[in-house]
Design a protein around this ligand. Structure first.
Ligand SMILES: *Cc1c(COP(=O)(O)O)cnc(C)c1O
Length: 428
């Protein structure tokens, strides 16, 4: 690793890593863990089960069971960023995954897809469904629910993945056990217990919570562990978000081309959600779609995995960093090996943001655009100026469109949100 980068990391300063491995999609598509066809199949699975979801979750009735988020203009934020030095020809949008129904975070698509993959496999094996043309609403019948209740889904989570798997899994009738890291917020645990999930708290870090859950599931038959670090079904569910973009961009008259690149600003924890989105977007939009990850200064997991080439073999602690952050969704010290491998040719860069800046961005998103974001999501606001300062070669003097990927926050209780705002000197 570059000496200046290492010194900055160790000091807990914000740093920017430009990924030297970034390669044209044509050259690397065959070596990625997922293909465009796999992602399209994941999207088809979500669509196939939409009628069941619309029946099980009242808040999904309006969308017919479809889990998608809008791409929003954020004119006030854009003006503020321009006043702070963003080139005036750059445009800024926000992908509103914080408002995804049911789960309230970017984990909605991935978690739901992973749960549905288990449910579909079990239902086919049990004869509850016989093929893709069956009415999936059969799975809302008492016999199907009784069958699912004999199976347990388990997951290790910093919070939001547990919420997604817990709410969707319980909705289908599964038993759910969520292994929570110490960092997980009390309101997320309470919400999970409220839907009937079992929450097990681990004193150690996130990787420890995952390891326990993985170990336990290896020896059980009716226990299905959804592995945040290795699950392709999760990754594919996240990647479906990338396929939402072409149409939404076209509707905003945004042309993604080398002369007018697109930059996705993706908050990153273990890497699955941003990695899946980056893969989906690059496959759907081509090489002018850039992906830049945002991580806490104390928990730069993916940045370390790529910058050192050590993938999951490196940890924040190796660089004297605590792994602790106000951005609970990003409190991950060690990256996913699967995601490191797939990001080596895809990622454009990764940078770090201190907690205080994330809190300031929570307040800014609220005062400027009335958006309720958790710190992890608000970290994306640091992206546009960071990439311009870093001078990414693909951007040069070209006008870019920035998408701030708002990864979570709409379910934050008022009291919790007010406390976050207070820390940044703002008010609800
Ligand atoms: C989980 C999460 C992320 C990052 O996803 P990873 O798959 O852990 O990298 C970002 N923001 C929020 C709010 C999250 O919950």
């Amino acid at each position: 690793m570059d000496a200046a980068l290492e010194a900055g990391l160790r000091a807990g300063h914000p740093v920017f890593f430009v990924n030297p491995g970034r390669a044209p999609i044509e050259a690397v598509a065959a070596s990625l863990p997922v293909t465009l066809a796999d992602i399209t199949a994941a999207k088809a699975r979500l669509a196939r089960f939409a009628p069941l979801l619309a029946e099980l979750f009242p808040e999904l009735a309006p969308s017919g069971g479809c889990i998608e988020s809008p791409l929003l203009p954020v004119p006030v934020l854009a003006r503020r960023l321009q006043a702070a030095g963003l080139p005036s020809q750059d445009r800024v949008y926000l992908k509103a995954d914080h408002a995804l129904p049911v789960a309230g975070s970017v984990k909605a698509r991935g978690g739901l897809h992973a749960v549905l993959a288990v449910a579909e496999r079990l239902a086919l094996a049990q004869g509850l469904l016989t093929g893709p043309d069956d009415d999936v609403r059969l799975l809302a019948e008492p016999d199907a629910r009784a069958f699912f209740s004999g199976h347990t889904l388990s997951v290790g989570s910093t919070g939001n993945l547990g919420l997604s798997i817990g709410i969707f899994g319980r909705g289908l009738g599964f038993a759910v056990t969520v292994h929570m890291a110490a960092e997980a917020r009390a309101w997320k645990k309470e919400k999970l217990r409220g839907v009937g999930a079992t929450v097990i708290e681990h004193p150690g870090d996130y990787a420890a919570a995952c390891a326990t859950a993985r170990e336990e599931a290896a020896h059980a038959t009716r226990l299905h562990f959804i592995d945040d670090e290795n699950s392709l079904d999760l990754f594919l569910g996240y990647a479906v978000a990338g396929l939402e973009l072409p149409q939404q961009l076209a509707a905003c008259r945004i042309d993604v081309a080398p002369a007018s690149p697109l930059v996705l600003h993706l908050p990153c924890g273990v890497g699955g959600a941003p990695g899946g989105i980056a893969c989906g977007a690059r496959l759907a939009l081509g090489d002018a779609a850039l992906a830049v990850f945002v991580e806490p200064t104390q928990a730069p997991a993916l940045l370390l995995g790529l910058a050192t080439g050590r993938r999951a073999g490196v940890s924040a602690a190796d660089y004297g960093l605590t792994g602790r952050t106000v951005a609970d969704g990003l409190a991950v010290a060690r990256p996913s090996d699967l995601v490191c491998r797939s990001m080596e040719p895809i990622l454009d860069g990764a940078h770090t943001v201190p907690d205080a800046a994330m809190l300031a961005h929570v307040a800014e998103a609220w005062t400027a655009e009335a958006l309720r974001l958790e710190p992890a999501a608000a970290a994306a606001l640091a992206g546009p100026l960071a990439v311009r300062r870093a001078g990414l070669p693909a951007l040069a003097d070209r006008p870019a469109t920035h998408i701030l990927w708002a990864t979570g926050g709409s379910l934050l209780p008022d009291t919790v949100f007010a406390e976050l705002l207070a820390k940044a000197g703002a008010r609800l």
